[in-house]
Ligand binder design. Structure first.
Ligand code: GLU
Length: 295
């Protein structure tokens, strides 16, 4: 059984880039007669925007992207994350680290394992790092084939719990994808490097990794990702069809006139039936073929 998911962080409303991830993961799941789950990644309260989670869900509903089962909120999973970290600390697969970002930067930017053999007392304000035993320097993407990750990044003992007590994105994603039985992760190309770290976590847990499909990233004229941080506007809730069609064009669908006038529901269904991975653009970063106003 194929199980896919869309996992937005509630740091703002859905914008064009996140709609791409929602649609791509939906089409891929439904064209495999699979389930499509939605998970709200609300483990970073300082970055959370009040009301964003419910607005995201409402937007998905408006675009006729209906999820299977209940929405999982990561904020309900903190105990599971903490338990896993403690198991790893107890069996020396993770360790406390007191190095500051500044110190690491002064040593070239990548963490070099300074605290690996220190055994700091649990009372010191510390981050927790995974001892990297399974560096992943490349993996196979379902559409783009082998994707490479810089060696120094792949070999780094990365943070699984931050010094401020928040759990790291990579840890939470992997534990939840396993918990929810996810078989394939479909998301934007901005998350290629984290995919390597996440495969390392699967290996550390001795669990078969999911398969990965990355979707091209929408960039602006300056080559920057369209994101909540850089002026990407919330997508239209009152008149969704034009935005939906533009997002589908971005994903390589050949939309002809006959489909443009159909209902949202019919367009989504047509998308499921006509979705092919080879239609995706050859480049992993592209400028949308229409103006920003049309996003
Ligand atoms: N929550 C992440 C984001 O909004 C995506 C996580 C994922 O798809 O693995 O960027």
């Amino acid at each position: 059984m194929y199980i896919g998911r869309f996992a937005p962080s509630p740091s703002g409303p859905l914008h064009f880039g996140s709609l791409i991830a929602a649609l791509g993961s939906y089409f891929q799941a439904k064209s495999h007669s699979g389930q499509w789950l939605v998970r709200i990644e609300d483990i970073d309260p300082p970055r959370e925007v009040a009301g964003a989670a419910s607005l995201i869900l409402k937007t998905l509903d408006t675009y006729q992207l209906h999820w299977d089962g209940d929405v999982l909120y990561q904020s309900t999973r903190l105990e599971a994350y903490q338990d896993q970290i403690e198991r790893w600390i107890n069996n020396q697969q993770a360790y406390l680290c007191e190095c500051t970002r500044k110190q690491i930067k002064a040593h070239g930017g990548y963490y070099s394992g300074t605290c690996r053999d220190k055994t700091l007392p649990a009372s010191t304000p510390c981050a927790v790092r995974l001892k990297m035993r399974y560096p992943v320097e490349s993996f196979i993407d379902q559409r783009y084939g082998q994707l490479d990750i810089p060696k120094a990044l792949a070999e780094e003992d990365f943070i699984i719990k931050r010094r401020d007590g928040l759990f790291a994105y990579n840890l939470a994603v992997v534990l939840d994808d396993i918990y929810q039985g996810v078989t394939e992760v479909v998301r934007g190309a901005d998350l290629i490097e984290p995919s390597g770290r996440q495969i390392s976590l699967y290996k550390t847990l001795d669990v078969e990794p999911v398969s990965y499909l990355h979707l091209p990233l929408a960039i602006d004229d300056n080559g920057n990702k369209l994101s909540k941080q850089n002026h990407a506007t919330a997508i239209d809730l009152d008149n969704p069809v034009p935005t939906l069609l533009n997002a589908m064009r971005f994903l390589g669908f050949n939309i002809d006139n006959s489909i443009e006038t159909e209902s949202l529901e019919t367009i989504i269904q047509w998308g499921v039936e006509n979705w092919r991975l080879l239609q995706l653009p050859n480049e992993l970063k592209i400028k949308p073929p229409f103006s920003n106003e049309a996003l």
